[in-house]
Design a protein around this ligand. Structure first.
Ligand code: NAD
Length: 321
C-alpha cells in the first residue's frame, strides 16, 4: 500500500522541499497552503489552496476518501525573518495559533496516526556568547525573546497534550535558522542568509552593504536538505517531546556576510545600521537528533555555495537581465 502524507505549508520554503522528499520516498502527497509556491511548481500529487485558520478547511485538508492520512506534516505558519517577527506580532500569534489549534484537534479526532509539528529554537531564552549548550528541556522556565517563540511553545504543548489523550503520535522539531534555494529572498519576510545573499548579489565588487545590528549576534544556519533529512528521520522515530535540529557550526552575522562574499567572489564592506536583531547568542544540544544518526552534511560555506547562485539568478531576473 502506498503511504499517504499531508503537508501543510507546502507552498512555502521548507514545505516545498519536504513534498519533494516524500515523493522521492514513494508517498502519495497532498500539499495545502493559502498560496501557491512562488518559486517552484509543487511536486505534490494534489495541491489544495485552503486557509487553515478556518476549521472546516483543516477538516477538508485532512479528509482522504473515507479516512485520513498516514502522516501529517504541519508547517503552515505566518512567518518571516526578524523584521517581520518584530512587527507582525498580533498576526503571528493569531494566525499561527488558529492553524495549530484546528490542525492538531482535527487530526486527533479523525484518527491521524502520526503528526509532525515544526517548532523553532525561538522558544528558548536569549543566551550569552560562550554559554554551554542548552538542551530541549531547558526551554522551561520559558522566556522567549519574541511572540513567535511563545506561539510555538504553546503549539508544542497543545500537540503533546493531544498525544497524551488521543491515539496520535506527535513528533516535534525545533528548527534552527534554515536556508537554501527556493525560499523567500525579498519583500520583508526573508531571513538573514537570504537577505545577505540578495544584498551581496546586488552590490558591486568592493561595495558596501547594510547589516542590522553590530554584526556580533551568533547563530547557526541549517541547509534545507539537512533539515528535510532531520524531519523525515524524526517523524519515523520513537522520539517523543521536542527535538532540536541545527547545524553545529555557530557564526556571527559578520562571519555570515564574509562567507557569502567569499562564495560570490566579491570584496564587500559592511555598514552596521539600527534594525531588529533578536537574541545575542545561540548554542543548542543536538544530542537527541544525533541519537537517530542525523548529522549536518552542509556547513555554512557549502550551503551558501548551493544557495547564493539561485538568489543571484533571482536578482538578475528581477533587474530584467
Ligand atoms: P514559509 O513562510 O516559507 O512557509 C510557511 C507556509 O505557511 C507559507 O507558504 C504560507 O503561505 C503558509 N501559510 C501561512 N498562513 C496560512 C494559512 N492561514 N493557511 C494555509 N497556509 C498558510 O516558512 P518556512 O521557512 O518554510 O517555515 C516552515 C515552518 O518551519 C514554519 O512553521 C516555521 O515557523 C518553521 N520554522 C522555520 C524556520 C526557518 O528558518 N525557515 C526556523 C524555525 C522554524
Amino acid at each position: 500500500m502506498t503511504k499517504t502524507a499531508l503537508v501543510c505549508g507546502a507552498g512555502g520554503f521548507i514545505g516545498g522541499h519536504l513534498v519533494r522528499k516524500l515523493k522521492a520516498e514513494g508517498y502519495w502527497v497532498r500539499g495545502v497552503d493559502i498560496k501557491e509556491h512562488e518559486f517552484m511548481p509543487s511536486a505534490a500529487d494534489e495541491f489544495l489552496l485552503l486557509d487553515l485558520r478556518e476549521e472546516p478547511n483543516c477538516q477538508a485538508a485532512l479528509r482522504l476518501g473515507d479516512g485520513t492520512f498516514d502522516e501529517v506534516y504541519q508547517l503552515a505558519a505566518d512567518m518571516g525573518g526578524m523584521g517581520f517577527i518584530h512587527t507582525a506580532e498580533c498576526e503571528i500569534m493569531h494566525n499561527s495559533a488558529l492553524i495549530n489549534i484546528h490542525m492538531i484537534h482535527n487530526a486527533a479526532q479523525m484518527g491521524v496516526p502520526r503528526y509532525f509539528f515544526s517548532s523553532s529554537v525561538c522558544v528558548y531564552r536569549d543566551m550569552k556568547p560562550g554559554e554551554p549548550e542548552m538542551t530541549e528541556a531547558e526551554a522551561i522556565p520559558a522566556n522567549p525573546d519574541n511572540e513567535y517563540g511563545w506561539e510555538k511553545l504553546y503549539a508544542e504543548r497543545m500537540a503533546m497534550a493531544y498525544a497524551r489523550h488521543h491515539d496520535i503520535k506527535v513528533r516535534i522539531a525545533r528548527f534552527q535558522n534554515c536556508y537554501g534555494p527556493y525560499g523567500t529572498w525579498r519583500g520583508g519576510r526573508e531571513k538573514a542568509p537570504a537577505a545577505i545573499c540578495r544584498k551581496v548579489a546586488e552590490a558591486e565588487d568592493g561595495g558596501t552593504i547594510e547589516v542590522w545590528g553590530d554584526g556580533t549576534a551568533i547563530r547557526s544556519y541549517t541547509y534545507v536538505d539537512d533539515m528535510i533529512d532531520g524531519i523525515y528521520l524524526l517523524m519515523h522515530s520513537d522520539l517523543e517531546g521536542a527535538v532540536n535540529i541545527g547545524c553545529p557550526q555557530y557564526v556571527t552575522v559578520d562571519e555570515l556576510v564574509a562567507t557569502v562574499a567569499e562564495v560570490a567572489g566579491k570584496r564587500i564592506h559592511i555598514r552596521h545600521v539600527e534594525g531588529p536583531v533578536g537574541v545575542q547568542s545561540r548554542n543548542f544540544s543536538n544530542e537527541r537528533i544525533y541519537s537517530l544518526g542525523w548529522r549536518a552534511r552542509y556547513y555554512l560555506k557549502d550551503g551558501i555555495a548551493r544557495t547564493y547562485p539561485w538568489i543571484e539568478e533571482q536578482v538578475r531576473a528581477a533587474r530584467g537581465g
